[in-house]
Design a protein around this ligand. Structure first.
Ligand code: R5P
Length: 267
């Protein structure tokens, strides 16, 4: 692997812990003004210092994030669909590699839709993206999107993760599931998990802790952080789970303590 590729990967996955807390705020690319992200700049600002990586679209990056930031960026480069249409799998590439380089990002991300109508199109897009990315030492993060008709089990997610890795993705983002260790074992590149829909903080911390225990290198978490009533305490607790193997119960105690302090300070 060339130096540039290694360097960029080490900006996404911290070399000292081998783990990463990615903050995902790319939801607007098909959902529009998602709850909690109505003003992405305001949402992101207080969280930036606790994120190892920020995952977002180029529009929000350019318009809402200070170019002086040191936070490594993973840029979403797929899209072309909206929540108004039934078939979300009909994605294509939305950003050129040149623009990704101009934006000085540390990685590019796209969704693949294994088992969907557009499986072939999204997988071939990924292979093309990997070809271009290899040329400039740019890691590709494959997001294993799951259609409504798919079951989020280890068989399906294992298949999607393995195909992503086989076609050249450098990192794979998927969902946590039963037998998650099997998904990790069968995927030769690092896996991070998405948080999914907002759930109580205690459960989200359990999800993160279970994923880490079973081999994920981190989280690429969005709604369970920015839709929390206390996003900063939440991302701090997630960091402890990811980087310091804190157990979920202790992390939740930490979250509640920090959240109470925030409430008192604001009162
Ligand atoms: C999908 O909209 C994006 O790829 C999100 O970045 C991903 O789903 C992670 O965000 P969340 O933790 O909210 O699921």
């Amino acid at each position: 692997m060339d130096w540039g590729m290694k360097n960029r990967i080490s900006r996404i996955i911290r070399p000292d812990t081998g783990r990463t807390v990615m903050l995902a705020v790319d939801h607007g690319y098909f959902l529009g003004p998602t709850s909690g992200l109505e003003e992405p700049g305001k949402t992101v600002a207080p969280l930036l210092e606790y994120a190892d990586t920020l995952m977002l679209t180029r529009g929000v990056l350019r318009a809402c994030v200070d170019a002086g930031t040191n936070v490594p960026i993973v840029l979403r480069v797929s899209g072309g669909t909206s929540v108004l249409k039934d078939d979300l799998s009909n994605e294509g590439l939305t950003v050129s590699m040149n623009d990704a380089l101009r934006l000085n990002v540390s990685g590019v991300a796209l969704s693949i839709f294994v088992g969907s109508e557009n499986e072939r199109q999204t997988l071939l897009s990924m292979a093309d993206l990997v070809d271009e990315a290899q040329e400039c030492g740019m890691p590709v993060l494959a997001v294993t999107a799951v259609g409504k008709e798919m079951v989020r089990d280890s068989r399906y997610l294992g298949l999607a993760c393995r195909i992503s890795a086989e076609l050249g993705a450098h990192i794979v983002k998927t969902y946590y599931c039963d037998d998650f260790e099997k998904v990790v074992r069968n995927c030769p590149v690092p896996i991070v998990i998405a948080g999914g829909k907002k759930i109580p903080e205690k459960e989200a911390l359990e999800l993160a802790a279970n994923a880490i225990k079973r081999g994920a290198v981190g989280v690429d978490m969005g709604r369970n952080i920015f839709q929390s009533d206390h996003p900063v305490p939440m991302i701090k607790a997630v960091r402890e789970v990811v980087h310091n193997d804190m157990d979920a119960a202790t992390a939740y105690d930490m979250f509640t303590t920090l959240a109470n302090e925030t409430v008192k300070a604001g009162a």
